[in-house]
Design a protein around this ligand. Sequence first.
Ligand code: UDP
Ligand code: UDP
Length: 465
Amino acid sequence: MSTTQSPHIALFPSAGMGHLMPLLRLAAMLAKRNCIVTVITAHPTVSTAESDHIASFLRHNPEINHLKLHLTRGFQIPDSADADPFFLQFHLINQSIHLLHPLLSSSSPPFSAMFVDMFLVAKTVPIAKDLHLPIYVVSTSSVEFVSLMAYFPVIQLKSTEFNNASTEIKIPRLPPMAVSSLPPALLDPSHLFTSIIIMNSQALSEAEGILMNTFEFLQQFQASTLGTLNKERAVASLPPILPIGPLEPYHIPPDGDHHYLSWLENQPSESVVYISFESRTAMSWDQVRELEKGLEKAGWRFCWNLKTSKVDKDDHEGEKDILSDFFVERTKNKGVIIRGWADQQEILLHPAIGGFVSHCGWNSVTEAAWQGVPVLAWPQHGDQRLNAKVVEDAGFGLWERDWDWGVDGIVKGEEIERKIVELMTDEKLREGAKKVREEAWKAVESGGSSDRVIRDVINSLSLPF
Ligand code: UDP
Ligand code: UDP
């Protein structure tokens, strides 16, 4: 017999699949736990992957409501935004945020709470307050990144700590962070990303809590566990860090071309290395050549999700235009190439996959943990070096710190070959990955640490009848 009324929760993601995916996963988890759920998405989206995915998610989850926030055009585009359409989209959503109030206030049944992307919190807080809605931040990254974001205004003030002379920054309760591992954009005070971080950093303290796609074991090798961090926060005003991960993947039956899944069916167990730099990291053509060499020499089977543009709409070339004839000839039957969106979760789940060469976007890290797949961390930008360290410390990944990052960095084929062989043959790594998987599943099962946290949040929002 139920004595409470289910809360109605609004979820508001920002831009890019790395932000959409975790908020949709959370939406599905809340709906499964009897919440009424509405997802609010900004339109038009940057990538086709986002609009396609929103449509198929809603088709397969008809109980989840959808509201569209139509972006206002005509705002001045900041100078630094030209490099990254996703940054520009964060900015545009923030500029159009006044449209959120009417969307929220006209809902029936009325909303009980707002779960908002970490990059939209500052502008959403006043609207939620006006409507007396409690607000929870949804982090799309690690505890390290969120702590860095919260502490960033302090670091900037102590600018001597942050200039070229220093090699590490110290955030209370966390191990020192190498300046070389910080998102490069943060080293530029005039970068749009830096202003987004500062603006949202100061608003974190207005939230009831920060929902994190993580679990205790994944971050226990750091000097402080999540529990300690919550007792003695990096920034005194930071709300509680609420680990609810790994966020449970949902399955949407594939439509379209999924030739790679039938190819994987015919490969021996743990014989294939999966390579993907995810939804918004383009690989340079020079780097493609080196990776070809590395893969060919390493000799392992491969499934390569090949992306040469930042936004999928710009990825026009066929694989034959990009790959060299030599490589295609030498690796016939050894591998499969994916162009366009693939169901990564489905690939990682496949028994044929034995290793994952990943840029270490936080979602990919948690997906590898969920499936117990060993990772070769090859961070490219943003929070990815911080994430690579988590993978290494938790014992399920390798990270070669000397490898260059960013679009101009090139890693040589011989280096890639060496690390792929290590990834696919290191038994300790394989055991480490199995252990992480075991702990991930323990956290999310009924009564596990992440399950308890999410139930507590839901209960706190449920009204008595
Ligand atoms: N993803 C996918 N198929 C693709 C590319 C990406 O399913 O072809 C998913 C991936 O599993 C993850 C998300 O998109 O859930 C990307 O997020 P992540 O944080 O790993 O990286 P980002 O794309 O933000 O750099
Ligand atoms: N980022 C992200 N999710 C996070 C943290 C960071 O997608 O939780 C991304 C952010 O969107 C941006 C990148 O990290 O794309 C910052 O990249 P970088 O510092 O390399 O900026 P750039 O030099 O590419 O402008």
